[in-house]
Design a protein around this ligand. Structure first.
Ligand code: ZN
Length: 280
């Protein structure tokens, strides 16, 4: 009697702990992909489209991925108003080589001025929240820890969340530097953890949050004036990239330059610093 009872309880536990992958509107298939075999998922890679942050932006990028003009593809595209899926999770998209075992999320951002002052804007805040909810849902569904991984962690095969530029630095198979040196990594990971908690406690659904997003801004047009600077209070509340994030971003750029100059020693030292902090 005990064994069927325990098996039943384990099954119930499994059902309770199993999170389904999100399923936003599917607008694929992409023109460029490497077929099935993407699972198991080891990392979620954040990108920027280098296209306007606007209503319909995600759908336009998905349409581009379907066209033969596209040079690549990614699994999800996010704008401030919507998430769409362009490639099934089980398919290998062309977003940040080596591509297998990774999911690519594109944020609709021009990255003008390298994205400086973008991430505190109302439209970008909405987009970040959508992306965090999506990232959290994917991490829960595929058992990926919600933590940032850098080039050393990527090369060691660790699971986590990173930017395209981290993959570029780790494997040298692309030169893209999105989502840019000003992407608020620390805050984004915090947002992902918060969304995961909400999902675990059943408060939020990946695609249909029960509460409407507050402060829905008017439809943004590009270019739009940017605030001169964030106040100290906004910064303390996490409204912009932290000094540490900025410092790390510059080190990442320096490491990329060192690679281009063929200075392997300097590059390795910079990458080690990024993963472990300065030598004592
Ligand atoms: Zn932007």
């Amino acid at each position: 009697m005990m064994i069927p009872l325990m098996a039943g309880m384990l099954l119930l536990l499994h059902v309770m702990l199993h999170f389904k992958a999100p399923s936003p509107p599917y607008l694929g298939p992409p023109d460029k992909h490497s077929g099935q075999g993407n699972k198991p998922i080891k990392r979620v890679v954040i990108h920027c489209t280098v296209s306007p942050t606007e209503r319909g932006g995600a759908r336009r990028i998905a349409a581009y991925f379907r066209s033969d003009a596209a040079g690549g593809s990614a699994h999800y595209v996010v704008d401030p108003y919507e998430i769409v899926q362009a490639v099934y999770d089980s398919w290998v998209a062309w977003h940040a080589p080596p591509n297998p075992n990774s999911l690519g999320i594109e944020l609709c951002c021009t990255l003008s001025n390298k994205g400086r002052k973008h991430w505190g804007r109302d439209d970008h805040r909405l987009m970040l929240r959508r992306a965090a909810r999506l990232t959290a849902a994917l991490c829960l569904a595929y058992d990926v820890p919600i933590r940032k991984i850098g080039p050393v962690g990527l090369r060691a095969g660790r699971k986590g969340i990173c930017g395209h530029h981290h993959v570029s630095q780790a494997f040298g198979q692309s030169s893209h530097w999105d989502p840019g040196p000003y992407f608020p990594w620390k805050e984004f990971i915090r947002m992902c953890r918060h969304e995961a908690e909400e999902l675990r406690s059943g408060k939020a659904e990946p695609e249909q949050p029960k509460k409407p997003a507050p402060q829905q801004p008017a439809e943004p047009t590009e270019p739009r004036p940017e605030p001169d600077h964030l106040s100290r209070h906004e910064r303390a509340m996490g409204a912009g990239p932290t000094l540490v994030d900025r410092g790390r971003a510059w080190i990442e750029i320096a490491a990329y330059r060192a690679k281009q100059e063929g200075n392997d020693t300097r590059r390795r030292r910079l990458l080690e610093w990024l993963d472990k902090g300065p030598k004592k």
